[in-house]
Write a protein that binds this ligand. Structure first.
Ligand SMILES: Cc1ncc(COP(=O)(O)O)c(C=O)c1O
Length: 384
């Protein structure tokens, strides 16, 4: 039996290769420090978990409206009014089983075979796979460290072709932690193609507030959710805000392939938006302390970090003084030093020569992980 050609266009998620290897080593008794993970280490705030438990107790355990519970969609509208001063209506919102499922809805409603999507690189590993899976193409715009990993509008403009359907932006960014300059968001939103703005790391920016695409344009899709800002990765809940003409096509895809989003997670989501602000701020303060610590310690052991990340929970640092092959290097660091890191190549060719360090782990782990890395660097006599 043979798997489909369609499934073969999707590459593996390399961070999972590292994670699985790390788990294997741990099963054999090795101590591993985890800098590879892309999720908050905090527990979901109690008030939110309680709302989930209460949802089960009260019998909110059935399919919901395929667009998501009306109360949640109203709460999302209030959130945009409060946070960004923009007015949206519930009929523009579709709640999904994670922003991952939301991104599939967007692309499924938008792309025909042969269409093209422009995106920056380094980029979140999964983006090109959605596009390729649907028979469309990706066009990459390089974001360089010396430009603060910003997606430069002039470079985007040069890539626009007749079949360009959308421009995908992500701020704060995974993997670089850069936060887009508002003037760049504005310029990109005026280039012609619809903009898909992945705002999943909103709430976690430490220097300037991340701006929503909706502050600049209505010809846009917003992708966001609860996973990162409320430490709710396992609840699988997110949302899309779409131009109205796309809601029905997306709804049909959701009805057929998902039926509805998870009812319990939606109830928890309502509480997160209503009452999660204090917990979010506490997590954000802690992430910011860890961000500074990770940058400082990595610099001390020889990493040249030209751009200090401003959002999400990652430091994307050049490893060229050790090796230009980030994939092999990440495995060596794991095996020899007991530290799991994500190879930059996981984020596209422009990520090669970098490692991504997640600081979603306790400061004592950050100190110990960097100490082990220092030992590894010294033992191998890498020139700093
Ligand atoms: C940039 C980016 N977008 C989307 C997602 C998907 O998040 P979720 O499906 O948990 O909402 C992730 C997860 O790591 C991410 O880093």
């Amino acid at each position: 039996m043979k798997a489909s050609k369609r499934s073969s266009v999707i590459g593996s998620f390399k961070v999972m290769d590292i994670l699985e290897k790390a788990r294997g080593l741990e099963a054999k008794g090795r101590s591993i420090i985890h800098f590879e993970v892309g999720e908050p280490d905090f527990k979901t705030p109690r008030v939110i978990s309680q709302a989930g438990i209460e949802a089960i107790r009260s019998g909110y355990t059935k399919y919901t409206h395929s667009l998501g519970m009306p109360e949640l969609r109203v709460e999302i509208c209030r959130h945009y009014r409060r946070e960004y001063g923009v007015k949206i209506t519930p009929d523009q919102i579709i709640v999904a089983n994670g922003s991952s499922a939301g991104l599939f809805l967007i692309f499924a409603a938008l792309l025909d075979p042969g269409d093209s999507v422009i995106m920056g690189t380094p980029h979140y590993s999964c983006y090109p796979n959605y596009v390729k899976f649907l028979g469309a193409r990706t066009s990459f715009v390089k974001q360089s460290e010396k430009e603060g990993f910003q997606l430069l509008p002039d470079n985007v403009r040069k890539k626009i072709r007749p079949r360009t359907k959308a421009i995908l932006i992500n701020s704060p960014s995974n993997p670089t932690g850069s936060v887009m300059k508002p003037e760049f968001i504005k310029e990109i939103s005026g280039l012609g193609p619809v903009v898909i703005s992945d705002e999943i790391y909103h709430g976690l920016s430490y220097k300037r507030k991340a701006r929503s695409i909706l502050e600049f344009s209505r010809k846009a899709f917003v992708l966001s959710g609860f996973s990162k800002r409320y430490a709710m990765t396992g609840w699988r809940i997110g949302w899309v805000i779409a131009p109205k003409e796309f809601v029905r096509p997306m709804q049909k895809v959701q009805q057929n392939f998902q039926i509805s989003p998870n009812s319990i997670a939606q109830m928890a989501g309502i509480t997160a938006l209503k009452s999660g602000k204090a917990e979010l701020n506490a997590m954000k303060r802690e992430f910011n302390n860890r961000r500074k610590l990770m940058i400082e310690l990595l610099r001390e052991i020889g990493f040249e970090i030209l751009f200090e990340p401003e959002g999400a929970f990652y430091v994307f640092a050049s490893c060229r003084f050790m090796s230009g092959d980030s994939y092999s290097l990440a495995f060596r660091i794991l095996e020899e030093a007991g530290v799991a890191v994500t190879p930059g190549i996981d984020f596209g060719k422009a990520g090669e020569g970098y490692l991504r360090f997640s600081y979603a782990t306790a400061p004592k782990n950050i100190r110990e992980g960097v100490r082990r890395l220092d030992e590894f660097i010294r033992k191998n006599d890498f020139k700093k």
